[in-house]
Design a binder for this molecule. Structure first.
Ligand code: AMP
Length: 213
């Protein structure tokens, strides 16, 4: 099963990816997570991506396509995978189709999580994340522990640079301009499964599973 999880930032893609991954027993490939890991480790890729990521801009297609092409060659992807935060541009979507055509395994579903922009800004500007395991809190609705140390893995809890209000507004514009056209691209192929991402995580999870049935 090959699934793409599409949607603006702050729609809960990371949270839902964990549920889909468990249910379908496929690896979860998030280009944002891979890029952040490279940033934290100071790799050449991380250094190239840093400025774009902190400003909420997209990293150039070539860099992202290389890392995805490499990741999809790993043996754990042979039975399918879940892509999160990729593709994000028409160039990436077309390159992915070419990669998949070579292995004769097309995309099965593109789940589109939809959330109003105002909700995205509230969610992301309050988001706090564990640097090590990716666990998520919200400054107002689900405050992190006072010491900002993750109770699950003892990692540091922080606010991502691209979750500042300014970067979030930019990310929404970038999404509308560069990623929005992918909805039509996948709709034309009959692959889009629309899910209301503004409900509770449990309700969204149930709606995703229903859309994949
Ligand atoms: P995310 O965690 O998916 O919100 O991604 C965080 C940041 O990583 C984005 O704002 C981009 O700067 C970069 N990024 C992640 N995935 C991609 C992609 N597919 N294409 C370009 N840039 C990406």
């Amino acid at each position: 099963m090959i699934i793409v999880l599409l949607g603006p930032p702050g729609t809960g893609k990371g949270t839902q990816a964990a549920a889909v991954k468990t249910r379908f027993q496929v690896p979860h490939i998030s280009t944002g997570d891979i890029l952040r890991r490279n940033l934290a480790e100071g790799t050449p890729l991380g250094l190239k991506a840093k400025g774009y990521m902190e400003a909420g801009e997209l990293v150039p297609d070539g860099l992202v396509l290389d890392l995805v092409a490499e990741r999809l060659k790993e043996p754990d992807c042979s039975g399918g995978f879940l892509l999160v935060g990729f593709p994000r541009t028409s160039v990436q979507a077309e390159a992915l189709d070419k990669l998949l055509a070579a292995s004769a395994s097309p995309i099965d579903h593109v789940v589109l999580l939809e959330v109003p922009d105002g909700t995205v800004v509230d969610r992301l500007s309050g988001r706090r994340v564990c640097k090590s395991c990716g666990a998520v809190w919200h400054a107002t609705f689900n405050p992190p522990p006072a010491g900002m140390v993750c109770p699950k893995c003892s990692g540091d809890i922080y606010q991502r640079a691209d979750d500042s209000s300014e970067a979030v507004l930019n990310r929404l514009q970038v999404y509308a301009r560069q990623t929005g056209p992918l909805i039509g691209y996948y709709d034309a192929k009959g692959l889009i499964r629309r899910v209301d991402g503004s409900k509770s995580p449990q309700e969204v999870e149930a709606a995703i599973f229903a859309s994949l049935a």
